[in-house]
Design a protein around this ligand. Sequence first.
Ligand code: SF4
Length: 76
Amino acid sequence: MTQVHCKDCTHYRSAPWQAKFEGCYHKEHLSQKQKVDYLDEQQLPGDHRLINRLHDCSEHEARQQEEPLWKRLMRA
Ligand code: SF4
């Protein structure tokens, strides 16, 4: 069985650049939800260390590798 790590998951956001609080922002794991999307900043994340303590989270989605800067510049 493969192990998954939150830092490689699209649902993980870290403070202070990606979110106010570090944690899991998967909609099923939020500790405080908002009904409407524009209140996204008021949502509180779930504790990713607790949810994924066995490294077997079923909601894990791998992040896309960011394209290198030179490739992005060549496309422009
Ligand atoms: S707990 Fe699961 S869904 Fe949340 S960030 Fe970690 S791997 Fe992703």
